[in-house]
Design a protein around this ligand. Structure first.
Ligand SMILES: NC(=O)c1ccc[n+]([C@@H]2O[C@H](COP(=O)([O-])OP(=O)(O)OC[C@H]3O[C@@H](n4cnc5c(N)ncnc54)[C@H](OP(=O)(O)O)[C@@H]3O)[C@@H](O)[C@H]2O)c1
Length: 274
């Protein structure tokens, strides 16, 4: 049976790689979203009858609703939603610019929420669907200079964990993908340069952020391929798909540290339930 995938943020990076994989499949429709029409010109190389190009900013609720409606009208449903659109921001917690941080939350958290809210009624009516949220290794652990970014992805994790429980009885699965640093323009996002001397040891992390566009270990094409295969080759997707060495080792370290404190203060902790 023909499946329909909707992917947000397909102008570049993981979204563009995944869109090209989906567009190549004979039995799959693609709803590719971007903010600018010109950014989707690469899809002209594929069968246009199975592709819907949707222009939307995920923070614009009306545009999201209209885009999802157009997709439903063209293909009759949406089987797989990939919430991929997202921004990065490098800076220490204290020096980060509140306006930029709020904008990042608008896209990474509330934008993802807008798209999901518009797609859920379609998946509920179908009694099936898969929602893939592109979180981050930094949704499972945190490092200096990416604290606010990490906060957006921890928000995505908490949101997804609840949604997974609400949607599972309705036949809808939720998978979070947690990639490590990968070679995309995400690394060239906004930065708040280190100016407070006490944080000078983090200067290089902020100043060198854009090097990740070419030097980060993660390969966007392999990340997209792994996501595609996980969904198409399995009846059930995992709750978490950490990708890359940092995601794997970092999340293990974080969970082990949490467990240490949980165990150490177990008796004290349960003593407050009276
Ligand atoms: N690269 C990494 O190291 C890494 C690691 C873990 C997780 N991630 C996550 O992976 C996802 C994809 O990022 P990427 O690495 O592929 O970077 P990317 O190449 O910068 O792609 C980000 C995509 O999000 C879109 N976008 C940004 N703001 C938007 C908005 N308001 N409305 C709609 N689309 C918007 C961008 O569109 P425009 O071209 O119009 O800006 C672009 O298509 C993000 O959620 C990111 O946080 C990245």
């Amino acid at each position: 049976m023909t499946k329909t995938w909707m992917i947000t943020g397909t102008s570049s990076g993981f979204g563009k790689e995944l869109a090209q994989i989906v567009a190549k499949q004979a039995d799959t429709n693609l709803v590719a979203t971007a903010r600018k029409t010109a950014d989707l010109a690469y899809l002209d190389a594929f069968d246009s009858s199975r592709i819907a190009k949707v222009i939307m900013d995920v923070t614009n609720e009306d545009a999201v609703k209209a885009g999802v409606e157009a997709a439903k009208n063209k293909f009759g449903g949406i089987d797989v939603l990939v919430n991929n659109a997202g921004l990065g921001y490098f800076g220490t917690i204290e020096e980060s610019n509140e306006k930029d941080v709020r904008q990042m939350f608008e896209v990474n958290v509330f934008g993802l929420g807008n798209v999901t809210k518009s797609v859920l009624p379609i998946m509920r009516a179908q009694k099936q669907g898969v929602i893939i949220n592109i979180s981050s290794a930094l949704g499972l652990t945190s490092i200096p200079t990416l604290g606010w970014y990490s906060a957006t992805k921890f928000a995505v994790e908490g949101y997804s964990n609840a949604l997974r429980q609400e949607a599972a009885p309705l036949g809808i699965q939720v998978m979070n993908v947690e990639p490590s640093g990968a070679r995309t323009k995400w690394n060239a996002g906004k930065t708040a340069p280190v100016e407070i001397a006490d944080y000078s040891k983090f200067s290089d992390m902020v100043n060198g952020a854009s090097n990740g566009v070419t030097q980060a270990p993660g390969n966007p094409e392999l990340i997209a391929e792994t996501i595609y295969k996980m969904v198409t080759e399995n009846q059930e997707v995992p709750a978490h798909l950490p990708l890359g060495t940092f995601a794997t080792e970092g999340s293990k370290r974080e969970l082990t540290n949490i467990l240490k404190d949980v165990d150490k203060y177990h008796d004290l902790s349960i003593s407050i339930d009276k």
